[in-house]
Write a protein that binds this ligand. Structure first.
Ligand code: HGY
Ligand code: MN
Ligand code: MN
Length: 400
């Protein structure tokens, strides 16, 4: 079996470790995350690599250098998933990294593989808990954010059996000198250009907000249309206005992924609607202006429809360029595969690490451009090409 095929088989094995029977769902510090980490640690221990958890629940797998040194190169991606996910968004990067730990020749630096405990932002509404622990950006404000059960991040860490007081020990150390993340493209570009691999130049910025529309619940049968304060029709006008703005702004994508009407009975006019807003663009000024324009639209809808609209910012993640010299080495290593160069529309842990140490990403083709979906897939031959590119990349770094 080629390494690429073994990696795909392991991704599929991890996909079967889930919090929800019949689909792949793993969220921050859940029981399935513990079982998935245990499986990763078992594979690592087979090769006598050392494993440890940090206080944010990230699993660290270490392969030592063949000399005495502090220098450590990071390979990482996330182990958590969106609900009803595919098998490759996150785990593919981890298992490609594990294959490099297993197969790379002796190197003059340590290889540290990290399975991040949280990247998608599903449980607490904001992403990157795992990688923010490495950069010291898990602020008190973030640690007190609560999930739908009223449990905050700090309590979740304690409940999992970890000590939030040890979070400062999770921060990167001076020996960490570079970061590579393998990831599926999650879009149609590489497939459309018939390329197996992509060299990522930058990761576009993203804003995530929650908006709450508050009208007045009332009887669906006795309340005339002109006397209503319907929160759902107001929210629906906002959703379509969001789509219109994004369609008319080059390079902008905007999504309302979650919309929850309350009380949610068929014979009650919805009194309240909570919805999520995800806005992304390569240029932060365009993204910020678009968010402001949408909040102004919400304001005018609140007047015309006589509902109150409030909003909370959940994330303002600037666009981040990848490190040019490290990306140049990656492009050289990938050259035999004729890679495409592109920006990433999806957010990744690499964007959290990039301001703190040289970071780069290698994308793999996503057949059908489908992701955040159970039919997400990869070609084992592309995974093999990515693995071989990783070996050439590490060799180049060793000879810098
Ligand atoms: O939502 C994203 O951009 C990524 O898949 N976490
Ligand atoms: Mn991902
Ligand atoms: Mn994702």
């Amino acid at each position: 079996m080629q390494v690429g095929e073994r990696i795909v088989a392991r991704c599929r094995e991890l996909a079967g470790i889930t919090d929800v029977e019949g689909e792949t769902t793993r969220t921050f510090l859940s029981p399935a995350m513990r079982r998935a980490n245990d499986q990763l640690a078992a594979w690592a221990t087979e090769k006598s690599f050392t494993t440890r958890y940090d206080a944010a629940g990230n699993l660290h797998i270490l392969r030592n250098a063949d000399i005495v040194t502090q220098k450590t190169f990071l390979l990482a991606s996330h182990l958590d998933t969106v609900p009803n996910a595919g098998a490759y968004d996150g785990p593919l990067g981890i298992l490609l990294g594990l294959a490099l730990l297993e197969e790379a020749p002796p190197l003059p630096f340590h290889l540290e593989l990290i399975a991040f405990s949280e990247e998608e932002g599903v449980r607490f509404g904001f992403p990157f808990i795992g990688s923010k622990a490495l950069t010291g950006e898990l602020t008190e404000e973030l640690l007190t954010r609560t999930d739908t059960h009223g449990i905050n991040v700090r309590e979740a860490i304690t409940a999992y059996g970890l000590n939030p007081g040890e979070l400062p020990e999770a921060i990167l150390h001076p020996g960490h000198f570079g970061y590579l993340e393998f990831h599926i493209e999650q879009g149609p570009v590489l497939e459309h250009e018939d390329r197996a691999l992509g060299i990522v130049t930058a990761i576009i910025g993203q804003s995530r907000l929650q908006l709450t529309f508050t009208g007045k619940a009332n009887h669906a049968g006795t309340t005339p249309m002109h006397l209503r304060h319907d929160a759902l029709t107001a929210a629906s006008e906002f959703v379509l206005a969001t789509e219109t703005l994004a369609r008319n702004t080059p390079g902008l994508v905007a999504t309302v992924g979650r919309l929850t009407p309350y009380p949610g009975a068929g014979n009650v006019i919805p009194g309240e609607v909570a919805l999520s807003l995800d806005v992304r663009h390569a240029d932060d000024s365009v993204r910020h202006a678009s968010v402001e324009a949408l909040l102004a639209t919400a304001n005018s809808i609140s007047v015309t429809r006589r509902v109150r609209i409030t909003h909370t910012f959940k994330l303002d993640q600037p666009a981040v360029p990848m490190d040019t010299s490290l990306t140049g080495l990656l492009a050289e290593a990938a050259a035999p595969t004729r890679p495409l160069t592109l920006a990433s529309g999806a957010g990744h842990d690499a964007m959290v690490l990039a301001p703190h140490l040289p970071a780069t990403m290698l994308f793999l083709r996503t057949p059908g451009g489908l992701s955040h979906h159970p039919d997400e897939t990869v070609l084992p031959s592309d995974v093999q090409l990515a693995f071989e590119t990783g070996l050439r990349f590490l060799e180049r770094i060793a000879n810098v």
